[in-house]
Design a protein around this ligand. Sequence first.
Ligand code: AHM
Ligand code: MG
Length: 335
Amino acid sequence: MTNIVTLDEFIITRQKDFAYASGELSGLLRDIGLAAKIVSREVNKAGLADIVGRAKNENASGDQVQKLDVMADELLIACLRNSGECCGIASEENDNYVPIKSKSSTNADYIVIFDPLDGSSNIDVNVSIGTIFAIYHRVTDRDETVSDEDFLQKGVEQVAAGYVFFGSSTMLVYTTGRGVNGFTLDPSIGEFCLSHSDITIPDDGNIYSCNQGGFRKWEPAIQDYTEECLNKSFKMRYIGSMVADVHRTLIKGGIFFYPASSSSPNGKLRLLYECNPLAFIMEQAGGKASDGRQRILDIEPTELHQRTPIFIGSPKMVERVEELVASYELEETFA
Ligand code: AHM
Ligand code: MG
């Protein structure tokens, strides 16, 4: 039998990578792994139970909330509340951040920001969806209630980030700033097992991924870039679930982008719980993530649900987008 390394074993062996590690971060990651297994179970039987379809309310971004989103959100919050290591959470499904106050979490040092089920409009048609999470140290004192400052930190401050991908199998991919590792859920033993160690993205690629239906509303530099991809006969792949599109990009190389448009000047995707964690993972795998003008992880957040354009993937492809954007800006300066 080959040597199986479970997520829990892997996290424990990696704990010593952190100077002064007290095990809090390891515990938090294991709790997220547990929540991921429960969400995976529910997602897999979604067609059987009465949990597919729309819930009555809309979330903070005005999107129709699906029932599975609500279930995943509540589950993650419950696991984090019990963990004792998390003092506050923010998520796509909650208008404001939620302080976690329990006896076990009075000394907790971490906040977690997550999208419980990204790509939720795909649920009803059985297409892949995912959970995305980012973990930060709180910046306020441990005896205070968490505040805006704790959540509005730049992505570069993340101590860990990951995603759970509910595809043909369920995978958990995460980084703590020392490379990227992926684990596949073996349903027969109920464990995430190390399946993709030290993931690195190819430097360049020939797959582009975007909702090209928006082409006419994009800025000229992005239209030019897309035309370059067409002229080179690159493959076009678009699932419409960011986790799935970014996961493919990470493994096979290529670029995923969701640009600004004349109708959505800040793009569609959310900085704190979609773009930052995936940008951290991408950079750790040797890739790049940019809004076209600056590194995603350097953007100063001003609000919880803020959106940003994003270009993420193989470094050479992201750099080409930045080059085109810069050349148009130069032209405007001298016009
Ligand atoms: P959601 O958070 O409401 O699920 O929206 C985010 C999703 C991403 O997963 C995906 O990349 C994008 O929306 C797809 O948008 P579009 O349908 O405009 O192509
Ligand atoms: Mg989302």
